[in-house]
Ligand binder design. Structure first.
Ligand SMILES: Nc1ncnc2c1ncn2[C@@H]1O[C@H](COP(=O)(O)OP(=O)(O)OP(=O)(O)O)[C@@H](O)[C@H]1O
Ligand SMILES: Cc1ncc(CO)c(N)n1
Length: 268
């Protein structure tokens, strides 16, 4: 029996809604074999991030070598990388192992406002990691940070930003519109270097959106690991996150997680 293999290189969210935990739950739901490289431990719950504990470079390198010298992966997702040193190491290893299908979720700030990427790491993210990406999945504040834009307020501005991001080197850009002020729709824009594709869904009124970005990018990764093309992968990921937010969970006292099992048994 063969199965698609997907690897997440990200931070651990002990609260289970984001990071490594969200990614592995999503991989499982999408029927790919999930593996993980933990870059940082966070002490985190629905109220916020209470501690950040980066792993040593030796520990991160050891995990990557263990996976790539044996099982390998059909697709890799990066999430919280936190520091310049970790970004440089991960980028070097992706090159060393000639990894195909790299999904870079440029995680910067948690929903509660905690920084998940050090300011000094921005240049390494832009110059070392983005050019290795098959697809990047920034939200609007992340796109603004990367590009030095003061704001992105309209669909036209999202298109301009997606096109500017693609010039930094990723093959595809998916700019997420979750943060756009639109009462009716949450619209994401895919730019392939030539044309734009739109993925719109009804905006759900809920505060429980902890880990939506991780879950969405993990679903894209799972589909790429199965050999789907980018448009099919984003279509499935959008349906997956929509179902997960529709049934999001009021667990904890703050911003609750989504329900990763909500899309189970639904047709693509
Ligand atoms: N209220 C909502 N209703 C429907 N879809 C949403 C809603 N909020 C976000 N989305 C969708 O969820 C996906 C993730 O987008 P979002 O912008 O929330 O990511 P994010 O800010 O990176 O998340 P996080 O950093 O908390 O993990 C996108 O497809 C976006 O359109
Ligand atoms: C570990 C981790 N990665 C990513 C996010 C972004 O949602 C988070 N809150 N925690």
């Amino acid at each position: 029996m063969t199965i698609g293999k997907a690897l997440t290189i990200a931070g651990s969210d002990c609260g289970g809604g984001a990071g490594i935990q969200a990614d592995l739950k999503t991989f499982q739901e999408r029927d790919v074999f999930g593996m993980s490289v933990i870059t940082v431990l966070t002490a985190q719950n629905t109220l916020g991030v209470h501690g950040v504990f980066p792993q040593t470079l030796e520990a991160i390198e050891g995990q990557m070598d263990a996976i790539f010298q044996d099982m390998g992966a059909n697709a890799v997702k990066t999430g919280m990388l936190f520091s310049e040193e970790i970004i440089n190491l991960v980028a070097d290893k992706l090159v060393q192992y000639e990894v195909k299908n790299v999904v870079v979720d440029p995680v910067m700030i948690a929903k509660g406002g905690a920084p998940l990427l050090q300011k000094q790491a921005m240049n390494a993210l832009k110059t070392k990691l983005l050019p290795l990406a098959t697809v990047i999945t920034p939200n609007i504040p992340e796109a603004c940070e990367i590009l030095g834009f003061s704001s992105i307020d309209t669909l036209e501005e999202m298109k301009d930003a997606a096109s500017a991001l693609q010039k930094l080197g990723p093959r595809f850009v998916v700019l997420k519109g979750g943060h756009l002020e639109d009462e009716n729709e949450a619209i994401d824009v895919l730019f392939d270097g030539e044309s734009f594709h739109y993925f719109a869904a009804k905006r759900i009124k809920t505060i429980h959106t902890h880990g939506t970005g991780c879950t969405f990018a993990a679903a894209i990764t799972a589909e790429l690991a199965k050999g789907q093309d980018i448009r099919a992968a984003v279509t499935t990921a959008k349906n997956f996150i929509q179902a997960a937010i529709e049934q999001s969970l009021c667990i904890g006292k703050g911003i609750g997680p989504t329900r990763h099992s909500a899309y189970r048994n639904k047709k693509d």
